[in-house]
Write a protein of this length. Structure first.
Length: 201
């Protein structure tokens, strides 16, 4: 089973993924945790490139880099893990590109969807958890980390608003796959609701 976790930067994806992994393992489940872009050597190298604030990366090049990193992760880790019956928690997947490059960069969601369908061979998640948070609140969280912002995190609020709106539309279009969580709640409440929605109370 493939469970993906989505949301704009600062929504709490990494915290939720870690909490879910701990909770599921405590229940005796075998869980593999991966992130995007990354998870395998090629994808981690591409991650460093696409996030580097010193680089000027065009919107189409950005979409292609993410798709390439994703294609390698699917071939090298995701398909083998899923074929062996493992439960995989994935921090971001195709929906991130639909929101960020399709809507945020204005490339068009369907164009980016087609690109990623090719890259992943059509591998889709079983469930997707969307951490919904207003862009202003998410940006405040990112700024409060005390870390240097990467190339994407430096975008203006209009970019994040477009991404957030796209996530809402994607979730509304496939309610059987998406679970929308209020990320403004304390992390422990978000985790509890996520587990409940996944049938793991």
């Amino acid at each position: 089973m493939l469970i993906t976790v989505e949301g704009i930067d600062g929504a709490g994806k990494t915290t939720l993924v870690a909490g879910l992994a701990d909770a599921l393992r405590a229940r005796g489940r075998e869980v593999d945790v991966l992130r995007e872009p990354g998870g395998v050597e090629l994808s981690e190298r591409l991650r460093a490139l696409v996030k580097d604030p010193a680089l000027d990366v065009g919107a189409r090049a950005e979409a292609l880099i993410y798709a390439a990193a994703r294609a390698q992760l699917v071939d090298e880790r995701l398909r083998p893990l899923l074929a062996s019956g493992r439960l995989v928690l994935l921090d971001r997947y195709v929906d991130s590109s639909l929101a960020y490059q399709g809507a945020g960069r204005g490339l068009g969601i369907e164009a980016v969807r087609a690109l990623n369908a090719f890259g992943t061979g059509g591998l889709a998640p079983d469930r997707t958890l969307l951490l919904r948070l207003e862009p202003g609140a998410a940006l405040a969280r990112v700024g409060g980390r005390g870390e240097e912002e990467d190339r994407i995190e430096r975008e203006r609020e209009a970019f994040w608003t477009a991404c957030a709106r796209a996530y809402d539309e994607l979730a509304a279009a496939e309610p059987e796959r998406w679970v929308v969580l209020d990320a403004a709640q304390p992390p422990e409440r978000v985790l509890a609701e996520a587990l409940r929605q996944l049938g793991e109370p």
